[in-house]
Design a protein around this ligand. Sequence first.
Ligand code: ATP
Ligand code: MG
Length: 127
Amino acid sequence: MQADAVKVIEIRQLRKKYKKSDEEALNGIDLTVYKGEFFGLLGPNGAGKTTTISIICGLLTITSGSVVVGKVDVNHFPRQIRRFIGLVPQDIALYPTLTVRENLIILANCMVFLVNNCMTESKIYYR
Ligand SMILES: Nc1ncnc2c1ncn2[C@@H]1O[C@H](COP(=O)(O)OP(=O)(O)OP(=O)(O)O)[C@@H](O)[C@H]1O
Ligand SMILES: [Mg+2]
């Protein structure tokens, strides 16, 4: 990696201990992802992948360490992170009992879009 490469994710000595657990889920992770890089987070069951991604997305608090996405400290400004992160889940994460439009509204709300915009878009694609 070139010396002037832009860091988009920088994790330092990240530790996470769930309240109901005696052991640490993450015990001091260091990780840097640079702009333009495709980064795969691999590991066996229970290695801490979901915990790490959830922290990066501002969905879980950290026990100690630092996580910076762009220039934003995730631990202090989790809502700011959620405005510009896109998450594609492993499984199809739709509610089967809801309509396509209703699913779109929920997802759009998650991304802090206005409901009105979502309705307009859904009319274009699903009428
Ligand atoms: N809500 C929770 N409460 C207590 N412990 C948890 C919780 N979620 C995960 N853990 C524990 O934290 C560790 C890391 O789990 P995590 O789900 O992050 O791993 P993972 O790499 O995503 O695993 P998998 O490949 O099975 O999805 C495991 O020991 C797990 O049992
Ligand atoms: Mg997982």
